[in-house]
Design a protein around this ligand. Structure first.
Ligand SMILES: *[C@@H]1O[C@H](CO)[C@@H](O)[C@H](O)[C@H]1NC(C)=O
Ligand SMILES: *[C@@H]1O[C@H](CO)[C@@H](O)[C@H](O)[C@H]1NC(C)=O
Ligand SMILES: *[C@@H]1O[C@H](CO)[C@@H](O)[C@H](O)[C@H]1NC(C)=O
Length: 293
């Protein structure tokens, strides 16, 4: 949920997104995205958890200390990567959270991100309520219906939704607040890291296909960071570096499988394009940031 080195990652993520944009996938001629839909965890949450019964919220100071409106629920002092992306793409407003979006504002996109959430619905239950990936997709389904109503035309809505950008940033909490949270949830521990990653990828794949069926075509899908360096895991490992390494190894299995999956989906879902921003950050940089946190 809460990562060390967040801001560092944001910068890297944004740089890669921009690089990819200028190369191939995300910008075609003068094409502009009419809307931007965002799915994921605390790295993209802009306030969807504010009214939930959970420890995973950030709508109080010092969160938002550098944000124009103060605390909003963003797990950050200022703007999130997705805010920079929205700005960079020319959106006039930040993409609003699903929890409070006004009906007429859904046309330019919605942010469904929920801190603590994962690919598996139960991931993050140790922190309290959250909207897991399945719920986020249900929310998107509601929004798609609203857009159809606003456009008054299903055919046009499908054409419109295909032009939008879809960012997905999820999976860390399946490790931090599920697989490696032994006292909370026992079940995944029957699985090896390899088997657990396979289960996650299978669920993730179904969800990407659902989004595709709802009109999503242009995806940016983040890798998960080296979760062993999160505060929770460092605490769990009690400074045992091999324990941290083991956790990072488990998350690297997920990333490798995700890449294979996206290659496969790139073939199977003929109109889909996937961009994977590179989150890999030198260990030394993360540890250095650690010390400052
Ligand atoms: C729906 O929109 C398309 C594209 O703008 C248009 O060609 C078509 O006539 C519209 N259909 C209806 C029923 O309004
Ligand atoms: C450190 O972590 C490794 C891997 O989890 C474990 O095998 C080892 O027993 C731990 N060492 C100590 C001193 O706890
Ligand atoms: C891609 O299509 C092949 C052939 O239909 C199928 O076997 C495979 O499971 C599909 N992959 C995914 C990730 O859906």
């Amino acid at each position: 949920m809460t990562f060390l080195g967040n801001q560092f990652q944001y910068k890297i993520w944004f740089i890669f997104l921009v690089l990819n944009r200028s190369k191939t996938v995300l910008v075609i001629g003068d094409h502009k995205f009419p809307c931007y839909f965002i799915f994921g965890d605390s790295l993209v949450d802009v306030g969807n958890n504010n009214e939930l019964n959970t420890g995973a919220k950030a709508n109080y100071l010092p969160y938002g200390i550098d944000f124009p409106q103060g605390p909003t629920g963003r797990f950050c002092n200022g703007l999130l990567a997705v805010d920079y992306v929205a700005k960079g793409l020319g959106f006039k407003e930040f993409i609003p959270p699903y929890a409070t979006v006004k009906e007429e504002d859904v046309l330019t996109g919605v942010n469904y991100g929920s801190a603590g959430s994962g690919i598996l619905e139960e991931s993050g239950d140790n922190l309290g309520e959250h909207f897991g990936f399945d719920k986020q997709i249900l929310h998107h389904k509601n929004v798609v219906s609203k857009i159809e109503t606003l456009h008054g035309n299903k055919t046009y809505t499908q054409y419109y939704l295909k032009k939008c950008l879809y960012t997905i940033n999820i999976g860390s909490n399946d490790y931090i607040n599920n697989y490696f949270a032994p006292k909370v949830l026992d079940k995944p521990h029957d699985l090896t890291p390899e088997q657990f990653a396979t289960a996650l990828i299978s669920k993730f794949s179904q969800n990407i296909i659902l989004l595709y069926e709802l009109g999503a075509r242009k995806f940016t899908i983040a890798e998960i960071p080296q979760v062993g360096f999160s505060l929770a895991e460092i605490r769990l490992c009690a400074n045992n570096i091999s324990c941290v390494t083991e956790i990072n190894y488990a998350s690297s299995i997920f990333n490798a499988k995700q890449r294979t999956l996206l290659d496969e989906l790139d073939n199977n879902l003929t109109e889909a394009k996937f961009v994977v921003p590179d989150f890999n950050i030198p260990t030394s940089a993360l540890l250095q940031f650690n010390g400052d946190y």
